[in-house]
Design a protein. Structure first.
Length: 383
C-alpha cells in the first residue's frame, strides 16, 4: 500500500490560534483509498524549514499532502519552500494569472497587486484549480514522492482534495485495498484494566486494535485492511464478537452511538426514572439538562436524613419507581461520586473517585452517572 504524510503549514497553528482540522479531514479521506498515513506534521511560516521538512518527508513517503501558506502575503511561504526543495526558480504563469483575474471579476472586485505572486510556480509544477478562492494549488514531484499543496482555508482545501487530488492518487496508486475502521465505546472500565484484558488483540497486525481514553469512557478502535470492504468488515466483525464476549456490558456503543443513546435504550418501555443530583458542578448539571430523558432534581447539598430515607421519601413510598442518586463530594481534596439507587424496594450504594484534569470533571461526572444507571438497568433486566 502507498504511504502518505500530511504537512500543515502555518505559524498560527503552532501558536494555537486555530486548530488544524484539515489534517483530520484528509486522513479520513485517505482511509477509504487504502493509503497508509504514517505521519502528520505542523510547521511554521518559514520557507527554509518548510523546504527541509518537504525533503525529509519525500524521502520516506510516496505521497505528500500539504495545506496552508498559499496566500498572497509575505508570510505565505509555501511557493518559496517548494522552489527551495526543487532547486527551481519561481516563474510567472500568465495563464494562471488570468484564472485569478477571472475569480476577481466574478466577485466584482479589483485584485491587489500582491495577488500576482499566486501565479508563480516552479517550471516542473502544475496548478491545481481552486474554484472557491484565489490560491491555486500545486502538484509536483519531489524526489520520488508525489506532492500536493492545497490552501489552508477548509472549504477550498476540501473541494480541491475531493475533485482533483484524491482521483489523481487513485490513478497513480491503484491499491486494490481498502481500510475500514470501527470504534467500540466502553464505560465503567479504566484504560489500564481494559489494556490488560485485550492486550493480545492490541498486538495484532491486521486488524489493528488501539485504545483512546476520554472522561469516563474508553474507545477501542479496530482497523482492517483488505481487498474489498466486505472482507474488511468480516475481519472486524470477528474481533468485535470476541471483544464483546470478554467485555460484556462494558461496551455500550459503536461509532457514532453515544452513552446517552445507550442509556435511553436500556430504559424499560414506558419507564422514566428520576435522577437526583447533589453537589454537582454547574457545568455537569448543564450537560445533563440538555436531555429530557430524566426527571431531574438538583440539590446544592446532601440531604440531612439518611440517604435511603431520602430516596424513599423522594419516591413517595412508591416502591415501583426507580430513583437514582448521584452526589459529588470532596473527601481529602479528591472528587468522589457517590451513587445510590432505590428500585423495587431495594437499595444499594457505591462510589467512584476521579483524579483526572479538572477541565474534564463535568463530562466525567455525567458519563460515569449515565453508565451507572445504564448498567443497573441492564443487570436488572438479566435477573
Amino acid at each position: 500500500m502507498p504511504t502518505c504524510e500530511i504537512i500543515a503549514i502555518g505559524t498560527e497553528l503552532l501558536l494555537g490560534e486555530i486548530q488544524d482540522t484539515n489534517s483530520a479531514y484528509i486522513a479520513s479521506c485517505l482511509r477509504s483509498l487504502g493509503v497508509d498515513l504514517f505521519r502528520t506534521q505542523v510547521v511554521g511560516d518559514n520557507p527554509q524549514r518548510v523546504a527541509e521538512i518537504l525533503l525529509e518527508a519525500a524521502a520516506r513517503a510516496d505521497i505528500l499532502i500539504c495545506t496552508g501558506g498559499l496566500g498572497p502575503t509575505v508570510d505565505d511561504p509555501t511557493r518559496a519552500a517548494v522552489s527551495l526543495a526543487l532547486r527551481e526558480p519561481l516563474v510567472f504563469r500568465p495563464e494562471l494569472w488570468q484564472t485569478i483575474l477571472g475569480y476577481f471579476r466574478r466577485i466584482d472586485r479589483d485584485p491587489p497587486e500582491n495577488n500576482k505572486i499566486q501565479a508563480n510556480l516552479p517550471p516542473s509544477a502544475q496548478p491545481i484549480p481552486n474554484p472557491h478562492g484565489t490560491a491555486p494549488g500545486i502538484q509536483v514531484k519531489i524526489g520520488a514522492a508525489q506532492a500536493y499543496f492545497l490552501p489552508g482555508v477548509p472549504r477550498e482545501m476540501e473541494e480541491m482534495l475531493t475533485s482533483t487530488v484524491l482521483p489523481d492518487i487513485e490513478r497513480l496508486f491503484p491499491t486494490h485495498q481498502v481500510l475500514v475502521t470501527r470504534v467500540l465505546h466502553t464505560a465503567g472500565i479504566g484504560e489500564a484494566r481494559l489494556d490488560q484484558l485485550i492486550e493480545d488483540y492490541e498486538r495484532s497486525a491486521n486488524p489493528t486494535v488501539g485504545l483512546a481514553a476520554h472522561p469516563g469512557t474508553v474507545d477501542i478502535r479496530i482497523s482492517a485492511k483488505a481487498d474489498n470492504p466486505a472482507e474488511a468488515i468480516s475481519m472486524i466483525a470477528k474481533i468485535d464478537t470476541e471483544l464483546r464476549f470478554i467485555l460484556g456490558i462494558s461496551i455500550y456503543g459503536v461509532d457514532d452511538e453515544t452513552l446517552l443513546d445507550a442509556f435511553l435504550a436500556s430504559l424499560p418501555e414506558g419507564e422514566k426514572p428520576t435522577l437526583v443530583c447533589v453537589g454537582w458542578p454547574e457545568a455537569a448539571a448543564g450537560l445533563i439538562k440538555q436531555t429530557h430523558a430524566l426527571l431531574l432534581e438538583t440539590l446544592p447539598t446532601a440531604p440531612n436524613e439518611p440517604l435511603e430515607d431520602f430516596l424513599r421519601a423522594t419516591a413517595k413510598l412508591d416502591t415501583h419507581q426507580t430513583i437514582f442518586y448521584s452526589g459529588v463530594s470532596h473527601p481529602a481534596n479528591v472528587i468522589q461520586l457517590d451513587f445510590g439507587v432505590l428500585s423495587g424496594g431495594m437499595y444499594n450504594f457505591h462510589n467512584r473517585k476521579y483524579g483526572g484534569p479538572t477541565g474534564y470533571t463535568a463530562q466525567w461526572i455525567l458519563n460515569t452517572t449515565l453508565n451507572f444507571m445504564r448498567e443497573h438497568l441492564l443487570k436488572n433486566e438479566d435477573e
